[in-house]
Design a protein around this ligand. Structure first.
Ligand SMILES: Nc1ncnc2c1ncn2[C@@H]1O[C@H](COP(=O)(O)OP(=O)(O)OP(=O)(O)O)[C@@H](O)[C@H]1O
Length: 252
């Protein structure tokens, strides 16, 4: 089946003396749109950060296109949670998006024609063309989220990691981004998205991984529709109305 876009094997992460991830396995292929789901504190962000090489991996391995994260880093787009970006920094949308290509351009080189084209394409794809010269500090939450997505897309990544991209967004913006992520997957990008929008993930993602300190299950939305599995992942009762609300019923 070829080398996976992303392969996480037996990963163990300890932070501040606490075991945050253990024996985590995840395989993501080109063209997958994978929803990474689990309760608060399950280790979703930590898993993305382990893929990026931003937290130390104690045991196990992470490979991106068969290479180490460090070697593959220029091909990994990362959209952090919105609050992690310095929005009061006085730069325009265009400059914020261009900063996503620093890894490709290098700190001391000037942006070239390819870089500027990649920035323009990324801004067009998130429909921010009319706002491209606006200082980022003057944008709404939804517009800021689109800047972060464009900033990751400016790298033309093979793997796109999205950390809760829908938090606080209205329906039209969620729809725009969902269509964009599905479109990128259709073009062959491996998209991994953490989300608390469980129904949305079951509807839009081609694959789901349930995580709570370890990856409990991975499969198509139909393959992971077992309420017992979700009750274990979220530590709630299998007949919880919350599970019924997203269409996961205990068989009568
Ligand atoms: N730098 C750190 N030092 C110590 N513990 C940390 C650190 N970063 C995260 N943790 C802990 O690791 C666990 C997993 O955190 P993480 O942010 O990965 O969870 P999450 O699944 O993304 O949660 P949420 O849905 O709330 O965003 C949490 O218990 C958190 O407190």
């Amino acid at each position: 089946m070829g080398t996976p876009a992303l392969e996480v094997r037996g990963v163990r992460v300890v932070l501040g003396g606490r075991l945050v991830l253990r024996d985590a396995d995840l395989v993501v292929r080109d063209g997958d749109f994978l929803g990474l789901i689990g309760p608060n504190g399950a280790g979703k962000t930590t898993l993305l950060r382990a893929v990026l090489g931003l937290v130390p991996v104690r045991d196990g391995s992470v490979a991106v296109g068969g290479r180490s994260s460090r070697a593959a880093r220029a091909g990994i787009g990362y959209v952090p949670q919105r609050h992690e970006f310095a929005w009061d920094f006085p730069i325009s949308v265009e400059d914020a998006v261009l900063s996503g290509r620093t890894r490709r351009i290098g700190l001391l080189r000037r942006a070239g024609v390819d870089d500027l084209r990649a920035v323009r394409d990324a801004i067009d794809r998130v429909r921010l063309t009319d706002l491209r010269r606006r200082p980022v500090g003057q944008l709404s939450g939804g517009q800021r989220q689109r800047v972060l997505v464009a900033r990751a897309l400016a790298l033309r990544p093979r793997v796109l990691l999205l950390d809760e991209p829908f938090t606080g967004l209205d329906m039209p913006t969620q729809e725009l981004l969902t269509d964009l992520f599905s479109g990128l997957a259709a073009e062959g990008v491996a998209v991994v998205m953490t989300t608390h929008d469980l129904a949305g993930a079951l509807y839009s993602c081609s694959r789901i991984a349930l995580l709570n300190r370890t990856v409990l299950a991975t499969g198509s939305p139909d393959e992971v529709r077992d309420p017992d599995l979700w009750s274990r992942a979220f530590e709630i009762s299998p007949d919880s109305p919350l599970l019924r609300a997203i269409g996961l019923e205990v068989p009568a």
